[in-house]
Write a protein that binds this ligand. Structure first.
Ligand SMILES: [Zn+2]
Length: 314
């Protein structure tokens, strides 16, 4: 129905962030490359800005200096006065918010792509923060089609407790790219190539949208963040079991009640106890040991996406 078409403003200002986590090498290297020569990310109707979001962490090849930048974009941090005495990433969050935001304001950038790597066997994953952002949903639908037969999953995190204040959340349309498996501090050519292709398709989509192409209603499969599971721990808080070999590397595959989940050091199996099948992801992610997370479970669902086109401005 024509009345279902969402008319949206053009997405003129786009940023590509790399190095939000300084040891996730694909984004660090791609942004460094595009900063030297931006010809491959230029489009006629889009201004695209490559940006190293945590340069000190990237320099040291570490996730962060003082605190996780990708959790730092809270209203409290962004409004706090003060300067040099603040944790480095809080200072950086305030700077990024000034350049690309302010977060939640009409002046904010239209789209921020934030490039991440995971040590988990997640393949190519797009992370969205809203199930009602039809611009982003149309974009991920376009990217999934363009990437086929290579798979590209969509992780939706709008969980009231598990959602966090991401770097990309400064933009009107935040999009996370999470590509793996790749160890921290390592570059793998296949992962680099997949990430580069996703960015290409994303920019092509925005260019088409800005040029007036109407994208018809569609459906897109997403995996909605459901719950966070920690490793089993002893009374001192030390890990007492590992991800079970039957679960390791099985990101996005169903985990049913009774399926093996952890294995203790003496070989005992701990099974998943839930109501029904869930789809685990970020399984055994290296960076999440400090966050007390062995994996997240998700629920698979299909979202109906509205038709979109740009608002006519005459
Ligand atoms: Zn990351």
């Amino acid at each position: 129905m024509a009345s279902d078409v969402c008319c949206l403003a053009e997405a003129r200002r786009v940023a590509i962030f790399g190095g939000t986590h300084g040891n996730e090498m694909s984004g660090v290297m791609l942004v460094a490359m595009w900063t030297k020569d931006d010809s491959e990310i230029r489009r006629r109707r889009v201004h695209t800005e490559p940006f190293m979001s945590n340069p000190r962490a990237a320099q040291k090849c570490t996730r962060y200096i003082d605190t996780d930048l990708n959790r730092a974009f809270t209203a409290e941090n962004l409004s706090t006065p003060g300067g040099d005495e603040l944790p480095y990433e809080v200072q950086r969050a305030k700077e990024i918010n000034q350049i690309f935001g302010p977060k939640g304001s009409p002046d904010a950038y239209d789209v921020i792509f934030d490039l991440h790597n995971t040590t988990s066997n997640m393949g190519s994953t797009l992370i969205l923060e809203s199930s009602t952002d039809h611009f982003n949903l149309q974009m991920v639908h376009y990217i999934k089609k363009a990437m086929a037969p290579e798979s590209c999953m969509v992780l939706l995190n709008e969980h009231p407790q598990l959602k966090y204040a991401t770097t990309r959340s400064v933009a009107k349309h935040p999009v996370g790219l999470e590509v793996g498996p790749q160890p921290q501090g390592v570059l793998r050519s296949n992962i680099f190539k997949s990430m580069r292709m996703i960015v290409k398709h994303a920019l092509d989509f925005i260019e088409m949208f800005n040029s007036g192409v109407e994208f018809p209603a569609c459906r897109v499969e997403v995996f909605r963040v459901h719950e966070r599971l920690d490793y089993p721990r002893d009374t001192n808080g030390n890990i007492s079991a590992m991800v079970h070999p039957h679960l390791q590397d099985c990101d996005w595959e169903p985990l049913n009640p009774g399926d093996p989940m952890f294995q203790t050091f003496d070989g005992r199996t701990i099974a998943y106890e839930g109501d029904g099948p869930v789809y685990p992801t970020f399984i055994n992610e290296a960076a999440y040991y400090e966050k007390h997370q062995a994996f997240v479970t998700t629920l698979r669902e299909t979202l109906a996406v509205n038709s979109i086109r740009k608002t006519n401005t005459k």
